[in-house]
Design a protein around this ligand. Sequence first.
Ligand SMILES: Nc1ncnc2c1ncn2[C@@H]1O[C@H](COP(=O)(O)OP(=O)(O)OP(=O)(O)O)[C@@H](O)[C@H]1O
Ligand SMILES: [Mg+2]
Length: 358
Amino acid sequence: MKININELDNLAISPDILLLGEIASLKQIGEKLFVSQHFYDDETAEEIERLLSARFPCIHVEVSQQTEAKIVQPNLSPKKNINNIIAIASGKGGVGKSATATQLALALAAQGARVGLLDADIYGPSLPTMLATRDAPEVLDGNRFKPHFTHGIESNSIGYLVDENVAMIWRAPKIVGALMQLMDDTAWGYHFDGKLDYLLIDLPPGTGDIALTMAQKIPVTGAVIVTTPQDIALDDAVRALQLFETLKVSNLGVIENMSSHICSHCGHESHIFGQRGGRQLAETYHIDFLGEIPLNKAICASLDAGKPLVVAEPQHAVSQRYHQLAKKIAIALAKKPKSFSQTFGKIAVESAPKNTLH
Ligand SMILES: Nc1ncnc2c1ncn2[C@@H]1O[C@H](COP(=O)(O)OP(=O)(O)OP(=O)(O)O)[C@@H](O)[C@H]1O
Ligand SMILES: [Mg+2]
């Protein structure tokens, strides 16, 4: 039986998943249909397999999952050992970037991806607490850091390397140098046969030197903006959005954190910081609204204990929210155009000799 691929367009798929948007390629060889999904999510893979098998009962359906390097800023090429770098940013401090970056990294890893987390907050690193990792990383071959491997993800942070108070007195060039060293001199992918699907960068607040350096020097596939719903946080989030837009870093979407408080006694939901601010921001600036995370003390407590909720209580409703967000981000990345620079390397174009005027 030969499948008419166009027919798949008309398949009735689960309401929130448009099947073809998630499939990178389909290939039929004899009675086998090979489907490749360009992100990791076992649940989606199973659903695709189930739907296609039901539709074409005589065909054996095989779904494979992988990621590929996507395009980055115009003047940069993706790193050979990292398919996609995702920056987690905000304008305002304390809105939950580190909490969100850590839980998203763990959710992506739980979905099957090879994930790293770089703590780019040189003045106020969070990972030593949130992942309970404080030891100095091992140095490999005398010049590269072996990333820590905790709860299934790799990480590196200035907090593993120097005492808390040392970086506080560093000036901007040293801070920028430290970021680039953490980025380039860490053996990312060491625990996964040398390759990461995603490296998440947890940025410090604001649009200062670190954010600028990252946008100009680190090949980023997309930035995710975290905000709380208050006007003051939203104003700062706009500045971050605009910085990335100016420097041609693609904005993947907005996450509204601490969007509401659900009373643990009566279940009443109150929007203590205002309502829908993140959604409106996304609408105004024509970027995706990825979703909301409520204010929940289990998030804070689990991070303080070094065992984030996504690993401590994977079935918790809030952990499921992080999973949904992680999946949305993975799908948004999968839909971006592929980068060919890893395949072909850089092509050097030599300029022709200039005409000489006599
Ligand atoms: N949705 C949430 N519910 C409850 N607590 C949260 C939530 N999100 C973050 N927190 C807690 O709020 C505090 C600030 O969060 P976090 O450190 O992630 O913010 P940040 O934006 O990274 O801050 P900074 O700008 O200083 O880097 C932390 O103690 C964190 O555990
Ligand atoms: Mg932080």
